[in-house]
Design a protein around this ligand. Structure first.
Ligand SMILES: [Mg+2]
Length: 351
């Protein structure tokens, strides 16, 4: 599988805390005008002028959220940033700064943290954000990464989970299920590798799926696109746990019901063929798979013309009165109740 290419091992204690901070942050000079003071004082100072401030935190724990057997540290750093930025974009905002908390055991050398930071740095560069603070400490076991992302939006632009109305259209960006199928491929290869460490897996057919799992991209492009289209969603959320649980969040927060149409759920052909190979139902994977980091939102019916031909969007259903309930309308035109079953729940079942 993916081996650490670094042969040199510098013990964390050799550098000391301040030496380590200097090393990890040497390429992180701030570039945004909203960053008044970055790393180097007791706290960062930010100025969002007359905008509202958005703040969100995610914690990733080794063995729970990631497995270093197939997750290269650079990818992990990149993904940890994406998970957070996605939540800022889900508020229809602009992400601007992050802080990073890391706890790791002494099985990680300095070079491993440099790899992790290389991924964080790359994400910061591509997504135009400043890394304005952080803390690194030791843990007795494993690796933990906690990232806090900050951003801003004009008061009138912020989109909550709570604004959907009956008859609004339900829209999703991109396609669903690929990250979960990427995980299935990687888990299978890990199992093969355990039995035969010399096996050379041919993963070419699964490139898209593995990329969606190991190097997801948050939808930074969507808030400005919505603005260009003159479109303000009535509610919005990002898809971290799977389509069904995110739809249920929107319904419960907005006090509405939903009809979701199975035949409208966007699936990449690679997901369909991998589902056939693994004998999994592709609708179930899209509904419960998770980690797609696409955006799910509702818009008023009058906005149909603005989104109908846009390749970024799929209209997958419509909201109803709450008393009508939350349903999946199958290809056979049967209505079945939508249930929340995120990927955490799926993992428990498999145990
Ligand atoms: Mg979220």
């Amino acid at each position: 599988m993916i081996e650490d290419s670094h042969q040199s091992r510098t013990n964390l204690s050799e550098l000391g805390e301040f030496g380590l901070i200097d090393l990890l942050t040497k390429n992180l000079a701030p570039k945004l005008s909203s960053t008044i003071k970055s790393i180097g004082d007791d706290a960062a100072v930010l100025d969002f002028k007359d905008n509202q401030t958005l703040v969100t935190t995610d914690l990733l724990v080794e063995g729970v959220h990631f497995d270093l057997a197939y997750m290269p540290l650079k990818h992990l750093g990149y993904k940890a940033v994406m998970v957070n930025l996605s939540d800022v974009y889900a508020m229809n905002g602009t992400a601007t700064q992050i802080t990073i908390g890391i706890a790791c055991s002494n099985r990680f050398p300095v070079e491993a943290l440099e790899e992790l930071y290389a991924g964080i740095e790359l994400a910061a560069k591509i997504y135009n954000i400043d890394v304005v603070g952080g803390d690194t400490t030791s843990s007795t076991k494993g690796l933990l990464i906690s990232i806090t992302a900050l951003g801003y939006a004009k008061k009138e632009d912020v989109v909550y989970r709570s604004g959907a109305k009956p008859n609004d259209l339900l829209v999703v960006t991109g396609d669903l299920g690929a990250a979960y199928m990427g995980l299935q491929i990687l888990e299978r290869e890990k199992a093969v590798f355990k039995v035969n460490p010399n096996s050379q897996p041919d993963l070419d057919a699964y490139t898209y799926l593995i990329e969606r799992q190991l190097k997801p991209e948050a939808r930074k492009d969507i808030p400005p696109l919505l603005k260009d289209l003159g479109l303000r969603p009535t509610s919005m959320i990002d898809i971290s746990d799977g389509l069904s649980s995110e739809i249920i969040h929107l319904c419960k927060n907005s006090g509405v019901g939903v009809n979701l149409f199975e035949d409208k759920i966007p699936l990449d052909p690679a997901v369909i063929s991998a589902c056939e190979e693994f004998e999994l139902d592709s609708t179930t994977i899209a509904l419960s798979g998770g980690e797609d980091y696409e955006l799910l939102f509702t818009v008023a019916q009058e906005d149909f013309e603005k989104i109908k031909a846009n390749p970024n969007f799929s209209i997958i259903g419509h909201m109803t009165e709450a008393r009508e309930g939350m349903h999946l309308v199958t290809r056979g035109n049967t209505k079945i109740p939508l249930i929340a079953k995120g990927w955490n729940a799926m993992e428990k079942e498999e145990d």
